[in-house]
Design a protein around this ligand. Structure first.
Ligand SMILES: CC(C)(COP(=O)(O)OP(=O)(O)OC[C@H]1O[C@@H](n2cnc3c(N)ncnc32)[C@H](O)[C@@H]1OP(=O)(O)O)[C@@H](O)C(=O)NCCC(=O)NCCS
Length: 164
């Protein structure tokens, strides 16, 4: 973790419908195939775990959306605003998500990540996620192609937390 850049005064709060405009703008700048406003609104309506990371000054630094199952959590979206990436905010949100898993008694946190997203994959592996499978053609890609997803999982039970 980059202790110099990390903004320890940043805090998490629930995402609401009023935040969807700002969130969609961050999303559109961060991905070639972003979630739509409708995807975010549907997630909120479905009661998914949706959090914003805000700086002390009120800037939206990033967000995550996760779906709780019986005893597991599926991370659907984690994004840091493009200009704020590489400053520890992604790791900070994973820390909060693991705390949320413990609170909601989810033993496992899992996610899909594009095979080409080496930066995010590296973060997850360093954090302690294990590669558990591949979903062929899971994501849309440029020129009408499809891209595989790596499926990764983090065991929460047993008190394991981030790999420091
Ligand atoms: C992936 C993402 C959420 C990570 O958040 P972030 O705030 O940029 O990452 P952090 O600053 O917390 O860095 C986490 C780790 O990645 C490393 N890292 C940061 N920038 C990096 C880069 N450009 N290349 C490689 N590693 C990098 C950091 O060193 C850190 O490792 P450490 O904690 O073991 O020291 C963020 O970059 C992002 O939103 N990317 C675009 C959207 C995306 O890909 N989302 C994930 C979809 S599955």
């Amino acid at each position: 973790m980059n202790a110099v850049l990390r903004d320890d005064a940043a805090f998490l709060l629930p995402m609401t419908v009023a935040d969807v405009g700002a969130v969609s703008a961050i999303e559109a700048a961060a991905y070639d195939f972003p979630w739509t406003r409708g995807n975010f609104l549907d997630s909120l309506a479905a009661g998914y775990q949706a959090r914003l990371l805000k700086s002390a000054a009120g800037e939206t630094l990033g967000y995550f959306i996760a779906m709780k199952g019986v005893d597991e959590m599926h991370l659907l979206n984690i994004t840091v605003a493009s200009s704020r990436q590489g400053q520890g905010h992604g790791r900070r949100m994973l820390d909060e998500l693991v705390a949320l898993c413990r609170m909601l008694q989810a033993d496992r946190l899992w996610l899909e990540v594009r095979q080409s997203n080496t930066r995010a994959s590296a973060l997850y592996l360093r954090y302690g996620f294990k590669h558990i499978g591949v979903r062929r053609g899971y994501y849309p890609a440029l020129h009408g192609r499809r891209e595989d997803a790596a499926v990764m999982s983090l065991e929460i039970a047993g008190g394991r937390d981030a790999v420091e």
